[in-house]
Design a protein around this ligand. Structure first.
Ligand code: UFG
Length: 330
């Protein structure tokens, strides 16, 4: 099976490329290299440098590589950035996804896996979220993904396509074999930031808000290991290839950790101090987001292997140490 991986030169897409290759399938990367890196794409994997909004190039790629399925990761993904640049997010994540879908329909693609996000839920209750929870994104990022979910559902219904939409909770960690990890300049994601602080690559970090009505006052998230997330994508492809129905599934472990607990875990695992300053709340941050993962476990038989915060932190730490040794400021 030939699989187009949009955003395949990035963090999560890059792990997908490795998993497809490991499974003997043929990934083709489509990436504009705005945040991804050419060096992260294995030499034997075709890389098309282009924009998913470039209809002609996408269509030509789908045809020339005889693509059977699309796994669509390419997106802007920073919640606070989306608050400052909503139009950029709607253009990149929604409008260009429309163009990608149009090319997919024109090429007769029947199988589509889409990276969505828990940010579509907005300010949830303390209960774990099922996929049927109301959608009320707090950020343009969440809205831009929600709109694409709706488009994909409608396009699939009209054009003999089946899809799995995967709503990611907070993805972290790195390939346990250290072939890939998060390489983002000026990263904003909590675990990476805390690990970089532990390694002395940042003098200190901020904790955004300690006055939330949670047990320790900081926000709670469901952190999942990137390798488990990618296993869910592989199972989604299997499910669709086997004739399975279209699905929307959460991908999270079903339990959350607070920001302070994450910082403390980084201190413990690294054995180093992490200077964390208390800062005001960050705009667009929901208080608590935790997945109910019943559906993905039952429909895709998803069985996570790295459901342990210390392991996620340890893998991030090993990856960041490697980047630092190579003097890469990513
Ligand atoms: N945080 C800090 N200090 C930091 C960075 C983050 O206190 O330096 C806090 C945030 O305020 C938030 C939590 O840590 O409470 C997690 O923040 P991240 O930026 O790591 O992640 P988000 O929860 O904002 O968003 C992430 C992904 C989205 C995804 C979402 C789903 O970026 O793509 O998780 O929950 F949709």
């Amino acid at each position: 099976m030939n699989v187009l991986v949009t955003g395949g030169a990035g963090y999560i897409g890059g792990h997908m490329v490795l998993a497809l290759r490991d499974a003997g399938l043929k990934p083709v990367v489509f990436d504009n290299l705005s945040t991804g890196f050419r060096w992260s794409v294995p030499e034997d994997v075709p890389l098309v440098v282009g924009d998913i909004g470039d209809y002609e190039l996408v269509l030509q790629t789908l045809k020339s590589h005889s693509i059977d399925a699309i796994v669509h990761f390419a997106a802007k993904l920073v919640v606070p950035e989306s608050m400052r640049d909503p139009l950029g997010y709607y253009l990149n994540n929604t409008v260009k996804s429309r163009s990608l879908l149009a090319a997919a329909v024109a090429a007769g693609i029947k199988t589509f896996v889409f990276s969505s996000t828990a940010a579509v839920y907005g300010n949830a209750s303390e209960k774990a979220l099922t996929e049927d929870a109301p959608l009320a994104p707090l950020s343009p990022y969440g809205s831009s993904k929600q709109l694409t979910e709706v488009m994909l559902r409608d396009v699939a219904a009209a054009h003999d396509m089946r899809f799995v939409t995967i709503r990611y909770f907070n993805v972290a960690g790195a390939d346990p074999a250290m072939r890939h990890g998060q390489s983002t300049a000026n990263a904003t994601h909590l675990i990476k930031v805390a690990v970089q602080t532990a390694l002395g690559m940042r003098p200190s970090m901020d904790i955004y808000g300690t006055d939330y009505p949670t047990p320790d006052g900081t926000c709670i998230r469901d952190y999942i290991h990137v390798t488990d997330l990618i296993a869910a994508h592989m199972q989604a492809l299997d499910h669709l290839r086997g004739g399975g129905e279209s699905l929307v599934v959460n991908c999270g472990y079903g339990h959350g950790y607070s920001v302070s607990e994450v910082v403390e875990t980084v201190r413990k695992v690294s054995g180093r101090p992490v200077e964390a300053r208390i800062a005001p709340r960050r705009e667009g941050d929901p208080m608590t987001i935790v997945a109910d993962s019943t559906r993905i476990r039952s429909k895709l038989n998803w069985q996570p292997r790295y459901d342990d915060l210390a392991t996620i932190v340890e893998h991030t730490l090993r990856w960041e140490t490697m980047l630092r040794e190579r003097n890469l400021k990513l």
